[in-house]
Design a protein around this ligand. Structure first.
Ligand code: GDP
Length: 304
């Protein structure tokens, strides 16, 4: 919590502390409610989530009253945690399977637009799994961004995972195929595939990502499709997310760069809009700066 608090310091002052200040003042007049609404909107919670949260706060406030700052904190904590869908399943599915008596790796596709932190997230996730004692194969299927494969290779050395890469400009699907084949042959626990992040046209993306998934599925089940979104891009990130979720079945969101933004409220909006749980959050550039997302801990860090 302490670390999360530090990393979320911008959102904490812009969102958590502002709301506590407003609600802790006791009886709120219309102007103050307007300020509550503005605070939520500015922190990127989006119009519909904001309306819903304000309604719940108003109803609860008149039902039970808020006398102390602890009351305000408890009320905010309850309403905000609920708005994050407290009982969503946020576990990343990265456990191997047994098929016909043979061990098969879990396959995780990591998708997202270039620059969002896709390759970094793939490396960090490998580190988490390796530190849990699992063997990991990384697939460098982002063959369009010249440096991506080198970057993933550096991660593989850093975390102790194997990497499969193709020649520059190779077909992403063929690299993905080779990575999964290696994972199956080596009886690895998980194969993480860094996919190409070109969002040139929707059909182009569909062709590329769709093909990667189809080709992978010839050998193993795709357990998880993680969509990486940059929290600092706000509405733009949401627009990207909509396109991706039309093209492929996204099963989890990774929200990166939450450390660099005061608009942590985007977590609420992304989850609500896409109907897909936020599973992981990026809280910095370092190898250990990927954390499982927990609604209650996140809200606590905003309010503490
Ligand atoms: P890709 O093009 O999507 O694969 O993006 P990269 O993985 O290369 O990341 C782009 C930049 O964002 C790099 O400088 C990363 O170090 C940085 N980055 C990735 N995740 C985070 C994060 O959670 N917080 C911060 N502050 N920077 C991040």
């Amino acid at each position: 919590i302490e670390r999360l608090r530090g990393r979320l310091s911008k959102s904490r002052s812009a969102l958590g502390q502002s709301l506590l200040g407003l609600l802790g003042a006791g009886d709120l007049d219309e102007d103050s409610w307007q300020d509550v609404e503005d605070t939520l909107l500015v922190a990127d919670l989006g119009a519909s989530t904001t309306t819903e949260i304000v309604q719940r706060l108003r109803a609860q406030l008149s039902a039970r009253g808020v006398r102390t700052s602890d009351d305000a904190r408890a009320l905010l904590s309850e309403v905000l945690t609920e708005a994050l869908g407290a009982d969503s399943d946020r576990a990343v599915r990265a456990l191997p399977h047994t098929v016909d008596g043979t061990k098969q790796p879990a396959v995780v596709l990591v998708a997202g637009v270039n620059g969002t932190g896709k390759t970094t997230t793939t490396g960090k996730l490998a580190r988490v799994l390796v530190s849990q004692g699992r063997s990991v194969v990384l697939g460098a299927a982002d063959t369009f961004r010249a440096a991506a494969a080198d970057q993933l290779q550096t991660w593989s050395q850093r975390v102790g995972a194997e990497v499969v890469r193709g020649k520059e400009g190779a077909d992403p699907a063929s690299v993905a195929f080779d990575a999964v084949k290696r994972g199956v042959d080596a009886q690895a626990d998980a194969v993480l595939i860094d996919t190409a992040g070109r969002l040139h046209t929707k059909t182009g993306l569909m062709d590329e990502l769709g093909k990667v998934k189809r080709v992978v599925e010839k050998q193993a089940k795709v357990d998880e499709v993680l969509l990486v979104l940059d929290a600092t891009t706000g509405q733009n990130g949401l627009a990207q997310a909509r396109v991706f979720s039309e093209v492929i079945d996204v099963t989890g969101i990774v929200l990166t760069k939450l450390d660099g933004t005061a608009k942590g409220g985007i977590v609420f909006q992304v989850q609500r809009e896409l109907g897909v749980p936020v599973k992981l959050v990026g809280l910095g550039e370092g190898p250990d700066d990927l954390a499982p997302f927990e609604a209650a801990a996140f809200v606590d860090a905003l309010l503490d």
